[in-house]
Design a protein around this ligand. Structure first.
Ligand code: ARG
Length: 308
């Protein structure tokens, strides 16, 4: 018989203890959907004949932004570009690791001007921007997990961009091939729940991958959460996590339960309007990974001063 109950320690033993989780400081870049619309179709979610409600998209997006602030994220915003209805999906603008931004080079011409807009913002805020010579859509296909980048291909990013990205960002890139058109970006098929080296945790949808990629995922992440087809189909995997809070769609109810059972805190938002273009929480969010907490250039960010 074991009894642990001293003045300083009380240990509670339960059948399935959920691990204690902690939040990592997180800084993100967002783009308001002021010009949001579905005017072309570059993924199976998009149907230009279905009307969109830009005011509702803005309202839902503001709720996402305010949710981030409420859990302590530092939120930056880039000016939305007229005529760029998909610019709200900031994840696609570049991949930032340790103050270096590997720029995007979009597969479809409709989105190509977004790459320069994001590159300009990042460079104006003190990051070293490295232009890409191969097609990639930023964090849509590049997911930072521990010391590696899980890199999707099959629909958007080219394998050549994995090699280039690896050199530019100084990380091992692990190529994974997507096979289902509705899961055209890796961030629609894998959720990064804990990116800290040594504590990596992901969730994914097995049917989105080819056999070889699935074998890689099973081997690297034996404790991954496997989500249902239903939850993936509302872009339930398209989440942003700080290691504790998982900002996710309200529509993915079973996944929220799975997360709770693993000690995460789901924070649910409704981006139903932005789903019409095939985007969710993560799509709307670029992670700014700095080597130090406040690397943003003070010349680019005006500091309010009080006159004497
Ligand atoms: N309509 C956009 C496209 O097809 C959606 C992008 C979603 N972004 C993402 N990170 N999955 O390019």
């Amino acid at each position: 018989m074991t009894t642990i109950d001293t003045a300083s320690t009380v240990t509670t033993v339960s059948a399935n203890p959920a691990p204690a989780r902690t939040a990592t400081a997180t800084t993100v870049l967002l783009c308001a959907p002021e010009h949001y619309d579905v005017t072309y179709a570059i993924n199976p979610w998009m149907d230009p004949s279905v009307p969109t409600d830009t005011a509702l998209a803005l309202e839902q997006w503001r709720a996402l932004r305010d949710t981030y602030r409420s859990i302590g994220f530092v939120v930056h915003e880039i000016e939305p570009g007229p005529g760029l209805p998909d610019m709200v999906y900031a994840a696609n603008g570049a991949t930032v690791i340790d103050d270096v931004a590997y720029s995007a080079s979009f597969r479809y011409p409709e989105r190509q001007p977004e790459a320069d807009a994001y590159a300009a913002w990042l460079s104006n805020h003190g990051l070293r921007v490295v232009p890409s010579t191969h097609i990639n859509e930023g964090e849509g296909d590049f997911l930072v997990v521990g010391d590696v980048v899980l890199a999707g291909t099959g629909f958007r990013a080219s394998v050549e961009s994995h090699h280039e990205g690896s050199r530019v960002l100084n990380r091992e890139f692990v190529t994974l091939t997507l096979v289902r058109p509705e899961y055209y970006h890796l961030d629609t098929a894998i959720a990064v729940l804990d990116a800290r080296p040594g504590q990596e945790r992901i969730a994914y949808l097995p049917s989105a991958f080819d056999t070889a990629s699935l074998a890689v995922l099973r081997e690297r992440y034996p404790d991954a959460i496997i989500v249902s087809e239903q939850d993936a189909a509302v872009l339930g995997l398209n989440v942003v996590s700080d290691g504790l809070h998982v900002v996710m769609p309200v529509q993915a109810g079973d996944f929220a339960e799975q997360l709770r059972a693993s000690g995460f805190e789901p924070v649910q938002v409704n981006l139903s309007e932005l789903l019409k273009a095939g985007g969710g929480v993560k799509c709307c969010t670029m992670a700014l990974r700095f080597s130090q907490p406040t690397i943003l250039s003070p010349t680019a960010v005006p500091i309010a001063t009080t006159p004497e």
